[in-house]
Design a protein around this ligand. Structure first.
Ligand code: FE2
Length: 508
């Protein structure tokens, strides 16, 4: 059976007790006792063996500091974490002097508490007899050692806050996020070289997504197969690795290129599945990495994995939504044999025009994605009107003319790029200003909408309609030429003709 750690909470505020208890239980592998005053707390400590105690500074009757002293005189090895509302340097120094192992501040934060608990229990379990509480925090502690410990605590707290602050933003760019993890890891550990590797599932190997202090060539070309090298083995085992002295490393043959004999590799895990590894090597000051830094990196990576998971979830939901909309358009078009696969063909024509006009990669991707949605607004117009076999009345035509605006309203919540929105809203504008819905003129009409307009008209002309039969390809090309400069942008028509083996000077 898995070992459980016994933790005591002494706090007079029931809400704090309950919150802390909840957090501790979520961390897992713990058993928690709660009491509301110092006297009861101390009598419980005398009766039972605890692994860790949380004590509120302000308690009715016996206050927290007094209880701390009593506890330390009873069992100097029991780590005590003080809970404080308003931490000041004075009170922090006092608690540390009196033997507190650490302190946490209100309001309670999951991350802070998780970190403190892991540090205390890990250190007790990892090096019995050398717990932090016996090494420091006694009367004999020198002020130098105390101030070093306090400095390190302040650094740790500020790092934890910066981890919290720099993550969880709404607009999530995964590449920038990887860069940020690497920066934070370097900052936390003072490592000269840091890299974040993510598993390429198809090739079953790790690739570097972000790095600091590494040669660019290495970053671009490094491939680590699963189970190979330090990162590959950490990925396979799913367990963090701290190597303090290369001689004791199971992987020492791999590390010839590095200056110091110490490194840390932490796996990135979502729901038990490892998908990447964070590596730090070569501390700037030449010293070795320690357990405290490893724990901070674990905290960083856990928080990071959570954010990455959320972004994957968001991306999946987003893609599902887009697929659904594209499916709707296909279904809508399939209902009428005259418009079957219209949007797909329009997108193909538009892509060929865009490439001929040397559009950017981003513009081409926008057409690929939004071209399929350009007529999404027709969902809002009755089939009877859309499939009418004779001419439309003026009222019916006004109705059809609303589809770009309906379309824009449908895609608005998706947060598309302005040029993508323009494909939906402005694909019926005309170069001479006679189009709809905005009556834009010339280059006022966004380029991608001008491209879509030519592609859309060409496909409409070469398809049968209920009220007329299709023009031949040549007839449609002639019509485009005739309308270049009035209905259509001349440059776009030229590009279209170019990819179709014609040009404006040739007669039809
Ligand atoms: Fe349209």
């Amino acid at each position: 059976m898995e070992e459980k750690y016994r933790i005591l909470i002494v706090d007079d505020d029931q809400d704090v007790r309950e919150t802390l208890r909840e957090i501790l239980l979520r961390i897992g592998r713990v058993q928690v006792d709660c009491v509301g005053d110092g006297e009861t707390g101390f009598s419980l400590i005398q009766k039972r063996d605890f692994d860790l105690a949380f004590i509120d500074m302000r308690l009715p009757g016996m206050d927290g500091l007094k209880l701390l002293k009593l506890v330390k005189s009873h069992d100097s090895r029991l780590p005590v974490v003080m809970i404080t509302g308003f931490p000041s340097v004075d009170s922090a120094i006092q608690t540390m002097k009196d033997g507190a192992a650490d302190f946490i501040t209100k309001p309670l934060r999951f991350q802070q508490i998780e970190h403190v608990v892991e540090k205390q229990l890990f250190q007790r379990a990892g090096s019995p007899g050398e717990a932090l509480t016996t090494a420091v925090g006694t009367e004999e502690e020198t002020s130098g050692a105390l101030s070093a410990r306090l400095n390190s605590k302040i650094k740790e707290l500020s790092i934890l806050y910066s981890i919290s602050d720099s993550m969880g933003t709404a607009d999530f760019d995964v590449d920038r996020f990887y860069e940020r993890i690497v920066d934070l890891a370097s900052m936390i550990t003072g490592a000269e070289r840091t890299s974040l590797m993510i598993l390429d599932r198809e090739a079953n190997e790790l690739r570097i997504k972000a790095a600091r202090g590494l040669n660019e060539k290495i970053v671009g070309s490094a491939r680590v197969p699963l189970g190979h090298g330090v990162a590959g083995r950490v990925l396979k085992s799913g367990r963090p690795l701290l190597v303090k002295n290369k001689e004791f490393s199971p992987f020492r043959t791999q590390r010839k290129a590095y200056k110091t004999e110490s490194y840390v590799s932490i796996p990135l895990t979502i729901k038990g599945e490892t998908f990447g590894v964070l590596n730090v090597t070569d501390k700037t000051d030449g010293s070795q990495f320690d357990e405290g830094e490893t724990l901070l990196l674990l905290t960083l990576v856990r928080k990071a994995a959570l954010n990455i998971e959320n972004s994957f979830l968001y991306e999946t939901l987003y893609n599902n939504l887009i697929d659904t909309l594209q499916c709707l358009v296909t279904t809508l078009e399939a209902k009428d044999r005259h418009t079957q696969r219209h949007s797909e063909r329009v997108t193909d024509h538009a892509l060929r025009i865009a490439k001929a006009m040397s559009c950017s990669r981003e513009e081409i991707e926008s057409i690929r994605f939004a071209g399929l949605l350009h007529d999404i607004g027709k969902i809002g117009i009755h089939d009877v009107v859309l499939q009418k076999s004779d001419g439309l009345t003026e009222d019916e035509f006004s109705l059809v003319r609303t589809h770009p605006i309906i379309g824009q309203n449908i895609i608005r919540p998706l947060g598309l790029l302005p040029m993508e929105t323009a494909i939906v809203r402005n694909h019926h504008e005309r170069w001479d200003g006679q189009g709809y819905p905005d009556g834009l003129t010339g280059e006022e009409i966004p380029l991608l909408a001008r491209i879509l307009a030519v592609a859309d008209s060409f496909d409409a002309m070469t398809s049968d309609r209920p009220y007329r039969s299709a023009k031949t390809q040549q007839e449609a090309i002639d019509e485009l030429k005739r309308c270049a400069g009035s209905q259509f942008d001349r440059g776009v028509v030229e590009a279209f003709l170019h990819v179709n083996g014609s040009d404006l000077s040739k007669d039809g």
